[in-house]
Design a protein around this ligand. Structure first.
Ligand SMILES: [Zn+2]
Length: 339
């Protein structure tokens, strides 16, 4: 409370100082929500409140700079010779003050200020937000209601906003693609992770799995192990049958059922509890996946290195590139990008 009293006292002193210099005081505020960027300015002397919205999520800096520019346009239209803009965005003020800033809105503001023949003086002042400064609250409230009575403001793309927007769009497309992709093909990885994740499953698991083991598990999870069933679907092998068991030699068969590895498998009882490797991956904690890599190593199973004919490798180069990635998330993303 004491701080708030001090802030209000300093604020009133600031207002008195600006008024004594005949500055036209304009309060601005901008904010960002899930799908919108909103802003507003308030000029009490003319009883003007103007609000704006953009149907894109931009940065809060862009929201603040955009409304600073709108406030200056307003002041210019009123032929104000002295303008004081009060904002709670220290970042916006610092950007404008930085002569080397590459921000296109900031550059535009500076050009407008310099080229304005009637504008003799302009000042930017920082006022703290949420300090019961009602003029600031008024701008904040007007910004939040801009969807109801505000003006649509076309997007002013800064480089940072454009990049963020593209990444958000790509991520959104990827999540949609991943969801369909998981249903159709990658039952392994989708069991583990039904939605896209920001971190791969092996993050901070270096003490459990070395690089080759991580890649091996990624091949299994992504359905790209070098088993005969997978390779025959790509026309690398003529048939998908296990040489010993005469059934499809997919990765589950190799790890769970194949008679060639029965003696070794007896040392890995958890493997015997499942009839599908993906159920094991879905049910067992990642720490227990070491039994898979341990079994693969003990049984001398090779599902990571390929020993295919060169012609097959060329034919198969795309999937080879995918599966060389350690990161299954990247792997699927790569596949999505290469459609
Ligand atoms: Zn077999």
């Amino acid at each position: 409370m004491a701080n708030e009293t001090i802030i209000l006292s300093l604020f009133k002193e600031k207002i008195r100082g600006l008024t004594s210099k005949n500055m036209e005081i304009i309060f601005t505020d901008g904010s960002v929500s899930e799908n919108f960027t909103v802003s507003a300015f308030v000029h009490l002397n003319s009883n003007s409140i103007k609000s704006f919205y953009t149907d894109k999520k931009l940065s809060s800096l862009t929201a603040e700079l955009t409304v600073l520019e709108k406030a200056i346009d307003f002041g210019t239209s009123k032929k104000f010779s002295k303008i004081a803009i009060l904002t709670d965005s220290l970042g916006a003020i610092q950007t404008i003050k930085n002569a080397n800033s590459k921000n296109c809105i900031s550059q535009c503001i500076l050009k407008k200020v310099i080229k304005n023949p009637t504008l003799l003086s302009i000042e930017f002042h920082h006022i703290p937000s949420h300090s019961n400064i009602w003029e600031n609250d008024l701008a904040d409230s007007a910004a939040k209601n801009s969807g109801i009575n505000g003006s649509f403001a076309p997007v002013r793309w800064t480089l940072k906003d454009a990049i963020n927007h593209m990444f958000a769009q790509i991520k959104q497309d990827w999540e949609r693609e991943y969801s369909l992709f998981s249903l159709e093909r990658n039952k392994g990885y989708s069991l583990l992770s039904p939605n896209t994740t920001s971190k791969p499953w092996f993050k901070n698991k270096e003490d459990l799995f070395n690089r080759i083991e991580t890649k091996t598990l990624n091949r299994i999870l992504s359905g790209h192990a070098f088993d005969k069933y997978t390779l025959s679907k790509r026309k690398v092998y003529d048939n998908a049958l296990c040489d010993s068991c005469n059934v499809n030699e997919d990765i589950s068969h190799i790890l769970i059922n194949c008679s060639k590895y029965t003696p070794t498998r007896q040392n890995y009882p958890t493997l015997l509890k499942y009839n599908d490797i993906y159920r094991l991956l879905g049910n067992e904690p990642i720490e227990n996946w070491t039994l898979i890599t341990g079994f693969i190593r003990a049984a001398h199973i090779n599902i990571y290195y390929n020993t295919l004919h060169t012609a097959h490798l060329i034919h198969y180069s795309t999937i080879h590139a995918y599966t060389n990635s350690q990161n299954c998330y990247e792997l699927l993303f790569c596949r999505w990008q290469c459609r």
